[in-house]
Design a protein around this ligand. Structure first.
Ligand SMILES: Nc1ncnc2c1ncn2[C@@H]1O[C@H](COP(=O)(O)OP(=O)(O)OP(=O)(O)O)[C@@H](O)[C@H]1O
Length: 211
């Protein structure tokens, strides 16, 4: 049984084994990640994106457990997924959806989400004008801004941010720095972010896959 930290959620990873067809990525991997920002670093191919996707419930471990605040990802998949959001650089699975439809989908998936909070983030990132566009027509940076708008607005306790600053213009980088600074000070959200360079925000701890 996972022990919850008094003042916030904790992500517990225990005895994690994961392999793709071609190679093992994690062998008996363990980590505890609590509230604040954790910088996940490691050389290319070490498994950063894979770990974020495992922690998001988007990939299934071959063995081991992943639990957030006592909610086990395998045993309570829906409850777990409601508490987590993965923000990566992958092309959208449903590229024909418009941005508005993508937002509506997420508002339906996360019942406690508030549309006005997502709209505020889109406005701050300057992508409100893309609402009627198909996802396949967005530029890399626009796609990232839509994803980040969701990440910052959804009421989750675990945010998994894959290279969040990549592809953003200077104004968006500054805005995101401020938003992550506020998130990092909260005691009710764990942020696990990957970055090859030192992140542009104050991090609470580092998880290094090279060691
Ligand atoms: N779908 C897949 N099928 C097979 N192997 C994969 C797949 N996705 C990733 N891998 C392999 O798993 C390993 C970990 O990949 P991952 O993308 O998690 O690394 P990363 O640390 O995020 O790398 P980078 O810093 O280059 O983004 C790599 O060796 C990669 O080639």
């Amino acid at each position: 049984m996972a022990v919850e930290q008094k003042d916030g959620p904790v992500l517990h990873i225990r005895g994690l084994h994961f392999h793709f067809d071609t190679r093992p990525v994690f062998v008996d991997f363990e980590a505890d990640i609590d509230a604040g920002i954790t910088w996940l670093r490691g050389a290319n191919g070490m498994g950063k994106t894979t770990l974020l996707k495992l922690a998001a419930g988007a990939l299934t471990p071959n063995r081991g457990t992943i639990a957030l605040g006592g909610v086990d990802c395998a045993a309570q998949p829906l409850a777990y997924r409601l508490a987590a959001f993965y923000c990566g650089g992958d092309l959208p699975d449903l590229p024909w959806l418009t941005v508005q439809e993508l937002l509506d989908l997420h508002l339906a998936l996360y019942p406690d989400a508030e549309a006005r909070l997502v709209e505020r983030q889109l406005d701050a990132f300057g992508v409100t004008g893309t609402l009627g566009q198909a996802l396949s027509t967005l530029s890399l940076g626009q796609h990232k801004k839509v994803q980040l708008s969701l990440a910052l607005a959804l009421p989750v306790r675990l945010l998994l941010l894959d290279e969040p600053f990549n592809g953003l213009d200077a104004a968006a980088v500054e805005y995101l720095r401020g938003q992550l600074g506020e998130l990092g000070a909260r005691r009710d959200v764990c942020v696990l972010l990957t970055s090859h360079l030192e992140p542009l925000v104050t991090v609470r701890r580092m998880l290094d896959l090279d060691r």
